[in-house]
Design a binder for this molecule. Structure first.
Ligand code: SAM
Length: 263
């Protein structure tokens, strides 16, 4: 690469889940001060706020192609981000929630920008996972926490331990390869339920969770039994939480070993 070519800077920020309340000071300043802003956020108030905070802003919604396989679509978006970066000194990319959490366009864009010699920064945001831990009072360290994208969980037959918390993302999009919103999530939920019934009972509780997107609104938390999961209403924002069904016994070998190190 030519050493005299000026590098540009890509700052990827997370806008959080709850409109404006979750926007960190560093994300806000990055949006306001950038030479250009590209954004992919999922609710209208945040879009409007970004446009006002920085009039040199552009939504990436027009690139969100609902017929393309998601991965292909995300590559296309990152190529667009790179093109914009090549003509912008400081470009800010805004994603909702946390910008690397189930947010491939950010990761692809950062990798592409780095490969092309640009500076990159990723600023964390409050994710739907953070909201869920708070609203459902889950301490992920209490017995361990497993977190999977629901389709990935099934197709890779992920190993999981039912004595730990289990969180499944994109439960409303199981087996759906594109961003097309109108597909029926029921078939995917039936397959997931059949799989979970190998380790949990039909009566085991499952929580269908949606974090509040606006201040003063409450989260939506539906508790159902596992057998009823296929009939339960899910949306593209639903995340599933499955509590443990057993308590693990401590391993005596390690308990003794640890007891001995300080005695
Ligand atoms: C493409 S991912 C985006 C995640 C986002 N980057 C984040 O940090 O939360 C979409 C999935 O995240 C979860 N999600 C997004 N918004 C949510 C909300 N308001 N409540 C609960 N889960 C949510 C759902 O599992 C949804 O299918």
């Amino acid at each position: 690469m030519n050493a005299f070519v000026m590098k540009n800077t890509l700052i990827v920020v997370g806008a959080g889940i709850k409109f404006l309340s979750h926007l960190t000071t560093e994300a806000k300043v990055s949006i306001e001060k950038a030479d250009y802003v590209l954004y992919l956020v999922n609710e209208p108030a945040m879009k409007e706020w970004i446009e006002t905070a920085n009039p040199n802003s552009e939504s990436l919604d027009f690139l969100y192609d609902t017929n393309l396989p998601r991965n292909q679509n995300y590559l296309l978006i990152s190529e667009y981000v790179l093109k914009a970066l090549e003509k912008t000194k400081v470009l800010c990319l805004v994603m909702y929630g946390h910008p690397t959490f189930l947010a491939e366009p950010s990761i692809y864009s950062v990798n592409l920008a780095t490969k092309n010699g640009h500076n990159t920064y990723v600023l964390p945001g409050i994710s739907s996972e953070d909201c869920m831990l708070a609203d459902l009072l889950i301490d992920p360290s209490s017995c361990g926490c497993q977190s999977y994208e629901a389709t990935d969980f099934l197709i890779y037959d992920r190993e999981y331990d039912t004595s730990c918390h289990l969180i499944l993302w994109q439960a409303g999009m199981i087996g759906i390869k594109t961003n097309y919103q109108e597909q029926d999530p029921k078939n995917g939920l039936e397959i997931l339920t059949e799989h979970l019934l190998k380790k949990y009972s039909e009566q085991h509780p499952v929580f269908l969770y949606e974090a509040a997107q606006y201040p003063s609104c409450k989260p939506s938390i539906e508790e159902v039994v596992l057998a009823d999961l296929p009939q339960s209403p899910v949306s593209s924002l639903t995340t599933l939480y499955i509590p443990p069904n057993k308590v693990k016994e401590p391993n005596e070998f390690y308990v003794n070993k640890l007891n001995n190190i300080n005695s």
